[in-house]
Design a protein around this ligand. Sequence first.
Ligand code: MSP
Length: 497
Amino acid sequence: MRVFYITTPIYYPNAPPHLGHAYTTVYADILARYHRLVGDDTFFLTGTDEHGLKLQRTAEKKGVHPKEFVDRMAEVYKHYWSILDISYDYFIRTTYRTHEEVVKKAIIELHRKGFIYKAKYSGWYCVDCEKFYSEGEYEVVNGKPYCPIHRKPLEYLEEETYYFKLSEFKEFLSKVLSKGGIVYPESYAREVLSKLETVGLRDISIARPKSRVWWGVEIPWDPNYTVYVWFDALLNYLTGVEYLLNNDRFRRYWSEVHHVIGKDILWFHTVVWFSILKALDIPPPKRLIVHAFVINKGVKMGKSAGNVIAIEDLINRYGSSDSVRYLIARVFNLHKDVEVTTELLDSIHNTELADNLGNLVRRVGVLAIRKLNGVVEFKGIDRALEDRIINTLESYRKFMETYEVSKAVVPIMELLREANAYINKVRPWEKREPHEELYTLLEVLKYSARLLSPIMPKISHKLAVSLGFTISNPYVEPIGSQKVYEVRSAPILFKKV
Ligand code: MSP
């Protein structure tokens, strides 16, 4: 059995998730559901990144203890993921004892191996990124260093800290990244390689004095310090599959791990993460799938930019979480930023979901009930559409296996358009017993529903119940093997906006 382990970044729960976070999570969920559909042993991990200065400050501002605050916010995240039907197998929180214990063990191990040393640090810090910026990386506004992502002034910090010897991994990183095959799309690997060459690689601070950042995992040998939030956070991908607790299970999933991330955290997930793994004698991930941003009015959607689109507003507008999932899948782009406008989403929703899919379902359902009392028998199948289904199955699989979810949707929509044209051509309403015509159309709808089920789980299920088939692995039984369809109803699936 194939194994598939997929992760999302763990989100800072300082505010509720918005469309930007849903973008990553829905995409990862679609891949997880696809792999389950085709029978793979799948494990899907998501969660929240709950330590560090950003969370400490947010809680302080609200006048609550960070623990109380993150407890509340983790529930908010789970609530949104449940509305969006996110089928995670485990929701990891970095404040879980089991996670914290492993973070301590890992950092002790790195210390023991000589990868950690103490020295003075000074530099410019962005709290929103939880990251130091060196000269050349930050922007200068009115003579002051600014974060290039959050467009906010950086804070100057000077303190004794513990360093991780990142610089020792430069050669290893160049080799791994230039060999290719891990980072997808490959252009992101080239981006990191060129930065490695131009900016170089310096050791990074992986601790914070408790006097400043007390909300974190304590450094086991020095209670005056907490572990840097990014070190703590990255390890979730290991602790989520029981690293150091269940070796067989860990190795089984780790060999097939796929990390999904936004391009904003590419450096951490290549340079920093691959080096930590190497230092712990763990191979790099199988795949790092990197996507571009959702932008709104030209700027990355985000709380600090003040241009977020709320998940509930989308669900209200398009009537169901499935529609929203479809829209995300459809506009999703690994390579380019996507400007999400209401006009764009409305038009996809109306033409593809309401006119194409919704219309076909309604017509076929009504005809089956009216003409055949809902009982449609196999008495032959249209060859051209049968071929079309076979081609759709193949191209969908090809795209899903290469993580191109938005491209996988296209052949399904083409198939449905073809089926709508077929119905106009053969005019089943003029025939006495249009078994062959309606059977062909039901096969189209069955395979479409199965292929769409990772994207629209609820609607696919509703289709299956109404039209009389099951949602199962579409690659198992041949087309035309269902003897009869018992159509119960002709649902109206989407309302145009
Ligand atoms: N906590 C860190 C990640 C640690 S992973 C070990 C973090 N959290 S975050 O809450 O800021 O979420 C970042 C991720 O959210 C991005 O990498 C991306 O996946 C997603 N997105 C947030 N806003 C987004 C857009 N506007 N567009 C696309 N994705 C966005 O960084």
